[in-house]
Design a protein around this ligand. Structure first.
Ligand code: ADP
Length: 523
């Protein structure tokens, strides 16, 4: 059949020591085909489970994650190079939180959703049935290997779909997801894992899944959308960002500096919503920068594998070797154009640990302020007015998230509304992501589609619209025969129903006449 049956070996290295952990054999095309056959075979079984039963299966995953959290954190830390604390808060804790929230939320969202039926359709009823789409393909990046694979997969499963998930070849965590699913007693084949790089990704799309949920870079998002368009497969794209954080002069300096520090350096700046650029009001610029630099220099940075295992280490490594090059290139470009490094600025020798870096004298002619750096780098610019900072924040091809810091909540609200992004936190950064009731997603080149919130389930559903007439004896007024009296009556209805000064008794009278005429005028 011309399928590729050979596999490719991909080395998986420790980002701190650069030691090879193992080599990943990418799955062959024949295997991928079998995976999809199994997914399609199991999907009707998943659909036949009640939402309560599906929730119970997902709860088993939560029980397993809670009971095995330390072992899971060990694997996350080893492959991503992130600090233990980061792995705990942004992956383990978040996974449990999402499941806990959807335990109730999914039940309400998967019920038939009633909607009003307008008066012209008197006597009928309308509702939406959220039904599964079929098989969902989830393609994930390296930065949150457990969270990004598990959360969309579970939400798609809750909606009644089978799932095929391909982790990033940078952090495949080979065998971990399979262990979670098997040992927790999850439905066999309901979520299957396929390993490999971009070629594997393209082969998966060729299997024509019913939807693709992708998290990753803009460049790859474009390719995936292009490929999916060949088969008209719908896509949700969670892409990159260049999040701006805006600090006004009236803030509590200590709290804000600490919040900014975490927003910029958590997971070594490799969150798509990390603070990638900071704008500080001129009146507190020097004071805040001094505090940020003082705190940055106190951060405990992992320089050995052992460090990463400790709970009191703040910042870990950059996961992918090619990302280190991007970070270096952005800093180099900024320096050449006049930027000044206040701390950090380079890698720890022989590792991918990039020292947390603060830069000033930056502007929008530099890559560091316009392109996604995706590393522990905080470039800071000053501003004078609200209008100026809104313009600067929106001067970006991206529109993922952002944050505003101010005691004046009216002003913060104004700026939040003016920022062209999908998500905003006020007096915190990324804190909106900690609430699974809030949808998450971007605008502009940060992608489209939302997950979490109500849409987190509905994005994986065919929202089927149904309108029911209870077999009334009426021949509808818009059916044949077309007669002059019907035409006149419909005109009266239009005049009485849609004019601004509508008179309800008249509308009801006309609707009743419609019913009568429907019984009378027929072939
Ligand atoms: P990042 O991890 O930097 O966000 P990418 O956006 O390149 O990296 O990759 C994210 C995921 O997309 C990975 O799992 C990768 O293997 C996969 N991928 C890369 N290129 C393609 C492609 N052309 N088609 C399908 N999947 C791809």
């Amino acid at each position: 059949m011309g399928l590729n049956t050979t596999s490719q070996s991909i080395p998986v290295n420790h980002p701190v020591s650069l030691r090879q952990l193992y080599t990943l054999e990418s799955d062959s095309e024949t295997h991928i085909q079998t995976v999809f056959e199994r997914a399609r075979a199991v999907q009707p079984t998943i659909e036949s489970l009640s939402p309560e039963e599906r929730i119970e299966y997902v709860m088993k995953i939560k029980d397993y994650v809670i009971a095995n959290r330390e072992v899971l954190i060990d694997r996350i830390v080893e492959e991503t190079g992130k600090s233990r604390f980061d792995a705990f808060t942004s992956e383990i804790f978040e996974i449990c939180d999402v499941i806990e929230i959807y335990k109730k939320k999914a039940l309400a969202l998967l019920k038939d959703q009633p909607v009003p039926t307008p008066l012209v359709l008197m006597g009928k009823k309308s509702f939406i049935i959220p039904q599964p789409l079929g098989v969902i393909l989830v393609i994930t990046p390296w930065n949150y290997p457990l969270y990004q694979t598990l959360v969309p997969s579970m939400l798609a499963f809750l909606a009644g779909n089978a799932v095929v998930v391909k982790p990033s070849e940078q952090t495949p965590m080979k065998g971990v997801l399979e262990d979670i699913l098997e040992k927790s007693g999850f439905v066999k084949d309901a979520i299957q894992v396929v390993y490999g790089g971009k070629e594997t990704g393209t082969q998966l799309i060729d299997q024509r899944p019913d939807k693709i949920h992708f998290t990753g870079s803009c460049a790859t998002g474009r390719k995936i959308m292009e490929h999916a368009s060949r088969y008209l497969i719908p896509v949700d794209l969670e892409l990159g960002g260049k999040d701006a954080s805006i600090v006004f002069g009236d803030v509590d300096i200590e709290r804000t500096a600490n919040g900014i520090l975490w927003g910029a350096f958590t997971t070594a700046g490799q969150s798509c919503t990390s603070i990638e650029r900071l704008y500080v009001e001129q009146s507190i610029f020097d004071t805040l920068i001094k505090e940020i630099v003082r705190l940055t220099q106190q951060l405990k940075v992992a320089t050995t594998e052992e460090d990463l295992g400790k709970t009191n280490v703040d910042v870990g490594a950059v996961t992918a070797p090619f990302q280190v090059k991007v970070i270096e290139a952005h800093i180099q470009d900024a320096i050449e154009k006049g930027a000044k490094i206040l701390c950090g600025g380079k890698c720890v020798e022989g590792s991918q640990v990039f020292m947390p870096t603060v830069l000033v004298n930056v502007n929008h002619s530099m890559k560091i302020m316009t392109e996604e750096t995706f590393g522990p780098v905080l470039p800071i610019m000053s501003f004078q007015t609200e209008e100026e900072v809104i313009r600067l924040a929106n001067d970006s091809p991206y529109g993922l998230g952002g944050s505003i810091w101010s005691r004046d909540l009216k002003r913060a609200d104004r700026v939040a509304r003016a920022m062209k992004t999908g998500n905003i936190s006020i007096n915190g950064h990324m804190i909106n992501e900690a609430n699974p009731h809030l949808p998450f997603g971007g605008v502009k080149e940060s992608g489209f589609g939302r997950y979490k919130g109500d849409l987190g389930i509905w994005t994986f559903c065919n929202m089927k619209s149904v309108l029911v007439d209870k077999q009334s004896p009426m021949i509808e007024a818009h059916w044949y025969p077309f007669t002059l009296s019907k035409y006149k009556l419909l005109n009266t209805i239009l005049d009485s129903l849609f004019v601004r000064s509508k008179k309800w008794p008249q509308v009801i009278k006309a609707a009743m006449q419609l019913d009568k005429i429907g019984r009378k005028e027929k072939y």
